[in-house]
Write a protein that binds this ligand. Structure first.
Ligand code: GUN
Length: 288
C-alpha cells in the first residue's frame, strides 16, 4: 500500500487554529466574537452527536455558541419563529439547522427562511446560485473540505478529470461546482450512470458521495488517482461490533490510488472546521 493518506484530522485542526487566532485578534481589538447558532429538532442519535461536537468546537475557537434543542413534536410555525429570531439577532452570524429534520417539517421551506447572509451551510438558493455563477457565496462545508484535502495531494488541480459519484444538493452538486472553479474537467455520475467502474477509472480525482458502504473498490480507481471519500456509514462487522466505513473500500482502493482520504479522519473533521471558517466569513461580510 503506497498511497498518500490525506489526513483530515490534522488539516481540520490547523484550520480551527487559524480561525481561533483570527477570533482572538478580533476580541483583542475590542470587537464582539462571531456567533454560530445550531438548531436541532428531535432526538436522532447521530445528529445529537454532531450538534454536540459543533457546540464544543465553536466554543473552543472562542466564538459565541447558541444551541436550540427542540422536541420532535415542534411545529413548522414554531421552528420558523426560532429561525426568524436568529435572523434578527445581531450576535448571531451563522445559522445551521441540522438535517435531516423530522418528516412533518418541510426542510426546503425552513432553509429558504434562513437569512442568506447567515446561511453558513450554503444551502439557501441564493448561495447555491451565487456559487454556480462564480460570485462570492457561503459555500457548503463538506465540499470545501473535499477541495482542501485534494489540494494536499496536488496544489494545482487544473486540467484534471474529476469524477464525482453522487448528485446531492449537499455534496455532489456543490463539489462539482468547486472543482469546475479549480479548472477541472468535471463529470457527475449517479445511480443511472452506465458502466460506473469504467467511467471512474478515467478519473484523476474521484469523489465518492453516494452514501453506500464500500460501494467503490479497486476496479473504480485509476492508478495514481486522488480519492476523496465523503461517505460515513456505520456497519456491523462479522464479529458483531460497530464501525464507520466510507463509500470506498479503503484497503482495496489504497493499493491503486496515489492519495486517499481515510474514514474516519478524512473529510468528516473538515466539515465542522469549514463551518467555523464560514461563520467567520459571514461575520466579516456582515461587518462590511
Ligand atoms: N446533516 C449532516 N450533515 C449536515 C450538514 O453539513 N449541515 C446540516 N445542516 N445538516 C447536516
Amino acid at each position: 500500500m503506497s498511497a498518500q493518506i490525506l489526513d483530515g484530522k490534522l488539516l481540520a485542526a490547523q484550520l480551527r487554529e487559524q480561525v481561533a487566532a483570527k477570533v482572538s485578534a478580533l476580541r483583542a481589538s475590542g470587537k464582539r466574537a462571531p456567533g454560530l447558532a445550531v438548531v436541532l429538532v428531535g432526538g436522532d442519535p447521530a445528529s445529537q452527536v454532531y450538534v454536540g461536537m459543533k457546540e464544543k468546537m465553536t466554543e473552543a475557537v472562542g466564538m459565541h455558541s447558541v444551541a436550540h434543542r427542540l422536541p420532535e413534536t415542534t411545529s413548522e410555525q414554531e421552528l420558523l419563529a426560532v429561525v426568524a429570531a436568529l435572523n434578527a439577532d445581531p450576535a448571531v452570524d451563522g445559522i445551521l439547522v441540522q438535517l435531516p429534520l423530522p418528516a412533518h417539517l418541510n426542510s426546503e421551506l425552513i432553509i429558504n427562511t434562513i437569512d442568506p447572509a447567515k446561511d453558513v451551510d450554503g444551502f439557501h438558493p441564493v448561495n447555491v446560485g451565487r456559487l454556480s455563477a462564480g460570485l462570492p457565496a457561503l459555500v457548503p462545508c463538506t465540499p470545501r473540505g473535499c477541495i482542501m484535502l485534494a489540494k494536499l495531494a496536488r496544489a494545482d488541480l487544473s486540467g484534471l478529470h474529476a469524477v464525482v459519484v453522487g448528485r446531492s444538493n449537499i455534496v455532489g452538486k456543490p463539489v462539482a461546482q468547486l472543482l469546475l472553479q479549480e479548472n477541472c474537467t468535471v463529470t457527475i455520475a449517479h445511480s443511472r450512470t452506465r458502466d460506473l467502474p469504467a467511467l471512474c477509472r478515467t478519473a484523476d480525482l474521484l469523489v465518492a458521495a453516494i452514501g453506500r458502504p464500500k460501494y467503490l473498490g479497486a476496479q473504480h480507481v485509476k492508478p495514481g488517482a486522488i480519492v476523496i471519500d465523503v461517505g460515513i456509514n456505520r456497519i456491523t462487522t462479522a464479529e458483531g461490533s460497530s464501525k464507520l466505513v466510507g463509500d470506498v473500500d479503503y484497503d482495496a482502493a489504497a493499493e491503486v490510488a496515489g492519495a486517499i482520504t481515510p474514514v474516519p479522519g478524512g473529510v468528516g473533521p473538515m466539515t465542522i472546521a469549514c463551518l467555523l471558517d464560514n461563520t467567520l466569513t459571514a461575520y466579516e461580510r456582515r461587518a462590511e
